[in-house]
Design a protein around this ligand. Structure first.
Ligand SMILES: *[C@@H]1O[C@H](CO)[C@@H](O)[C@H](O)[C@H]1NC(C)=O
Ligand SMILES: *[C@@H]1O[C@H](CO)[C@@H](O)[C@H](O)[C@H]1NC(C)=O
Ligand SMILES: *[C@@H]1O[C@H](CO)[C@@H](O)[C@H](O)[C@H]1NC(C)=O
Ligand SMILES: *[C@@H]1O[C@H](CO)[C@@H](O)[C@H](O)[C@H]1NC(C)=O
Ligand SMILES: *[C@@H]1O[C@H](CO)[C@@H](O)[C@H](O)[C@H]1NC(C)=O
Ligand SMILES: *[C@@H]1O[C@H](CO)[C@@H](O)[C@H](O)[C@H]1NC(C)=O
Length: 401
């Protein structure tokens, strides 16, 4: 009892401390973001304390809390919703009920959560995918890929690829009445990494007869090569996603080894012989002037540690690492970036690289946007910037898919 009271007391103090963290000025509904930010930071610190006490692993506390937010597959008057498996990987399907004269569009949706958290069953993603099916009359396939640290790199990739491969078969598309020429792969945050790299694979691999028409990336992460981009520096402390949390969680996708974690924090994690890869993510050449601000580019420090994590060099973890000839075949692309987001520059750099090879890219930059906003657009926060992002994404899909 005494311990519980103590823990509760400590949590309250932490929360009270974080709630006074100043926010950028132009943010809409700042008090909501302040509460969300304080809740996340309190959870994170509590998780660190509990982990140090040997009670629970860091990510387990987040998982426990997020599970409270899972929804059942509930159909409504317009769409049939069901949980099923595609090649043993759980997916949630949204199938419009309205009769359609022509074949339907389809969206494959890959949720975020830093490869260690979350499920497409969470309320906000369920809401987003329902909305997509409803507004576009589209079939939506949401993928529940397996998570780290239990399933490390490249398991998430393999799960998503199996689902995509299964779904893109002629007979399966026909079963769901989907038009093979109107399919989009979408994802947010780390789901954006998966969406981007799987799209690269589908478009470049002759094994895929059916290609996709579009990809949509919402505040995507796109690389783990340089952890000191201007956006990492400007938004080191969030809001919502701090640099420390992003690195901690991203690292768990590769290993539980704390040595890599430390090296990632120092931005000295890339092994000997990887300097050429920095050219592909060089913010000094690829970021529009406006976003370089007053930051000074410093040459990467490489080979300080010789980690044997092949994932660090792999475009399945850092889709920005492919060369221009692999970008050329990419489909119509939508990228949404948020100003107040440590992952902002990943998205901006992908926009530049795709434009350089004449891929048709639409880019929306949300000046008052924060990372993860769509995850807070449902009860209890109803975050307006999340709803604005949803509407921009849907409107682009409606016009382009
Ligand atoms: C079903 O579709 C109709 C027409 O688009 C819409 O007015 C209604 O709100 C939808 N119902 C649900 C539960 O979304
Ligand atoms: C889907 O696959 C998972 C394991 O991959 C299994 O636990 C579950 O029972 C399967 N569900 C169905 C409906 O087949
Ligand atoms: C990054 O670009 C700058 C020029 O803006 C150049 O001086 C630097 O050598 C480049 N670094 C790498 C690793 O390509
Ligand atoms: C890493 O490996 C390279 C080449 O294999 C070697 O030159 C370098 O000294 C190694 N660095 C460390 C810190 O072990
Ligand atoms: C681009 O990368 C692919 C795959 O790694 C490789 O086969 C190809 O030769 C590279 N192209 C160029 C121009 O470097
Ligand atoms: C990009 O694609 C859209 C169709 O979705 C088209 O209207 C537009 O003209 C294209 N832009 C370029 C530059 O090709």
């Amino acid at each position: 009892m005494g311990c519980k009271t103590l823990c509760f007391g400590l949590t309250c103090i932490l929360f009270a401390y974080y709630i006074y963290t100043p926010l950028p000025e132009n943010i809409e509904e700042p008090w909501k973001i302040q509460v969300i930010d304080a809740l996340i930071k309190t959870t994170s610190l509590t998780a660190i304390l509990l982990e140090n006490m040997g009670l629970i692993r860091y990510e387990e506390l987040f998982s426990l809390l997020l599970k409270l937010d899972y929804t059942a597959p509930i159909s409504d008057e317009n769409i049939t919703v069901m949980d099923t498996n595609f090649t043993d990987i759980p997916v949630r399907l949204y199938l419009p009920k309205r009769k359609s004269k022509s074949q339907r569009r389809a969206v494959i949706f890959i949720h975020g959560g830093a490869f260690i958290l979350g499920s497409c069953k969470q309320m906000s993603w369920d809401f987003l995918n329902r909305w997509t099916a409803n507004k576009l009359g589209a079939v939506v396939v949401a993928v529940d890929y397996r998570l780290a640290p239990q399933y490390q790199f490249p398991v998430s990739h393999e799960d998503v690829i199996s689902v995509v491969k299964f779904f893109l078969q002629d007979k399966i598309l026909a079963k769901y009445g989907v038009d093979p020429s109107r399919i989009c792969i979408s994802g947010d945050s780390s789901g954006g990494i998966l969406a981007a790299e799987v799209t690269q694979l589908v478009q470049n691999d002759p094994g895929f007869k059916n290609k996709v028409k579009a990809q949509a990336l919402i505040y995507p992460g796109l690389q783990l090569v340089d952890t000191l981009m201007p956006s990492h520096r400007e938004h080191e402390h969030g809001p919502i996603l701090s640099r420390d949390m992003a690195i901690k969680m991203g690292c768990l996708y590769l290993t539980k080894d704390k040595a890599l974690l430390e090296a990632l924090r120092e931005n000295q994690h890339m092994p000997h012989g990887s300097r050429h890869l920095f050219t592909l993510v060089n913010w000094s050449t690829l970021l529009p002037e406006k976003y370089k601000r007053n930051h000074i580019y410093t040459e990467p420090i490489i080979g300080r540690f010789n980690f044997s994590y092949p994932g660090l060099l792999d475009s399945r973890l850092s889709p920005l690492l492919v060369n221009d000839s692999q970008l050329q075949n990419l489909p119509l692309t939508y990228i949404l970036t948020c100003e107040h987001d440590i992952l902002r520059d990943d998205g901006l750099i992908y926009v530049s690289r795709l434009q350089n090879v004449a891929v048709n890219v639409s880019h929306d930059h949300i000046e008052d946007g924060v990372h993860g906003a769509i995850s807070f657009m449902t009860i209890p926060f109803y975050l307006r910037v999340g709803i604005r992002i949803r509407d921009k994404y849907i409107s682009w899909l409606d016009k382009n898919l």
